[in-house]
Write a protein that binds this ligand. Structure first.
Ligand code: HEM
Length: 448
């Protein structure tokens, strides 16, 4: 039991590190409630075993409820603890905090554009470079540090290990006792050491130079502020604070990077969408790059339509995290789910289901804008950031980063598939490793 409690004793943020590696089939639909996932399909084949309930239990596939209101959720102590702790995180994503991040994100995007300029007309791997940009942004707004991925064109060694072990972890997370067993073998987790050390050193440094009068400039400083001030929302221990700091990078970078890479894929595949976007950007900022501002870029709502449509078809978390039913079980409509059962929702499957979306497999950004009523998008399930108490606190930061990146790049450059690149591998062979592992995508940028 110690094996499992080692994995489950920490906050729910830690669950982000439990990765999944799945291929699934589902023939029915899903619902996510205002707080939690509720309905599961009784006849679904039990496939996965998860760590949350401290013993290995059947995992059920989730399904849409025709009547979500019937779902009731037991509020556990964990839930309340989580709600308190979320406050420390949410402060780091407030409107005021986001405003301090904006010019620094823009600076990172500008350095991405400088690399495009140097490599103009040459093939660039959009998957890798989106990762470089995104990790550099999270280094900056997460810790106030530069990972130097963009300037060197190489993955920082401190974060390389995360990628190399993603798939292994994603498989092992379904047999948590084995994961624990392996992690207790000396040297087996050595690859993570760089990353752990880097985050730990940064926290130590921040603690030593802590100035209570200063407005925190990055997310980890917000978490540290709660910790130093012994706020009710603070990480309960230094170890837990270290853990949260690692989550900042893991949760914030991969997700935004895979979304950006997927946007490049769609813009290269559908030149008419790119042209339309560029036309709208030109209207909003007739002076070109010199005229760029985040406020003006944000006024081009077609950017959000593209982001939404990308997150619908290729959500960064294809399945998302598990949820555990309350001890007394859950009655939803005519389905009873026993207590302590892990359930999850395959986000991508639902968001591409013809029952909810017209031409569900097609990339039609207009369904979020001018064709919203006609295509009945308003009522369709859409939850790439999850919903309710455990949903993504970094959503607005992610949207801000994506809006800045797309507007700045599309304003100045065309993007197309490089020679011999069809995009098929990228489109079809993504792996669900909790976050998504994408194949390379060779694209070519050319100045407009
Ligand atoms: C396009 C980008 C992003 C997507 C699609 C995304 C999606 C998600 C989803 C689906 C969850 C819920 C996971 C679960 O149910 O277990 C989540 C949680 C979380 N995300 Fe994001 N995310 C993105 C960007 C970010 C960023 C930039 C941050 C900043 C650090 C962030 C921080 C977190 C954290 C801390 C949690 C855990 C929340 C909790 O347990 O209460 N995410 N994200």
């Amino acid at each position: 039991m110690a094996i499992l409690s080692g994995l489950v004793s920490t906050s729910s943020f830690y669950s982000l590190l439990h990765l999944s590696f799945l291929r699934y089939e589902m023939d029915s639909h899903i619902w996510i409630g205002p707080r939690e996932i509720c309905i599961v399909r009784k006849s679904a084949v039990p496939l996965i075993y998860g760590p949350q309930s401290q013993c290995l239990k059947t995992t059920w596939y989730a399904q849409v409820s025709p009547n979500p209101k019937k779902c009731s959720i037991h509020m556990t102590r964990d839930f309340d603890d989580h709600r308190k702790r979320r406050k420390a995180w949410d402060r780091g994503f407030s409107i005021k905090a986001l405003a301090t991040y904006e010019p620094r994100i823009k600076a990172k995007v500008d350095s991405f554009v400088s690399q495009i300029q140097v490599n103009e007309h040459k093939p660039l791997d959009a998957t890798a470079w989106s990762m470089f940009l995104s990790f550099d942004i999270m280094g900056e707004v997460g810790f106030g540090k530069d990972f130097n991925n963009l300037s060197t064109g190489k993955e920082n060694p401190a974060i390389r290990a995360i990628h190399e072990h993603m798939t292994v972890l994603s498989v092992l997370s379904h047999v948590p006792w084995l994961l624990y067993l392996i992690s207790s073998i000396p040297g087996a987790t050595a690859a993570y050491a760089d990353f752990f050390r880097w985050c730990g050193n940064e926290i130590d440094l921040k603690q030593k130079t802590w100035n209570p009068e200063e407005y925190p400039q990055d997310i980890v400083s917000w978490l540290l502020k709660s910790y130093v001030e012994k706020d009710i929302s603070a990480s309960p221990s230094l170890e837990s604070l270290h853990e949260d700091s690692r989550v900042v990078i893991i949760a914030g970078s991969e997700t935004t990077a895979t979304t950006l890479a997927s946007i490049f894929f769609y813009l290269a595949k559908y030149p008419s969408t790119l042209k339309k976007l560029q036309h709208l950007l030109d209207q909003a900022m007739p002076g070109g790059a010199a005229d760029w501002s985040y406020e003006k870029a944000k006024s081009v709502t077609f950017i959000d339509d593209i982001i939404n449509e990308t997150l619908r078809l290729k959500p960064a978390l294809l399945t998302g995290g598990y949820r555990c039913t309350p001890a007394q079980g859950l009655q939803v409509d005519d389905v009873y789910i026993p207590g302590d059962i892990n359930v999850f929702v395959p986000v991508q499957l639902i968001q591409t289901d013809e029952r909810y979306y017209a031409n569900a497999q097609e990339f039609i950004p207009e369904r979020w804008g001018e064709r919203k009523d006609e295509m009945a998008t308003g009522d369709a399930p859409f939850f790439p950031f999850s919903l309710g108490a455990y949903s993504c606190p970094g959503k607005n930061l992610a949207l801000q980063s994506l809006r800045i990146a797309i507007s700045v790049i599309a304003q100045q450059y065309n993007v197309a598939f490089a020679e011999n690149e069809t995009g098929d591998d990228f489109d079809k062979n993504a792996l669900d490793t909790f976050t998504t592992t994408l194949p390379p995508l060779q694209v070519q940028f050319s100045r407009r």
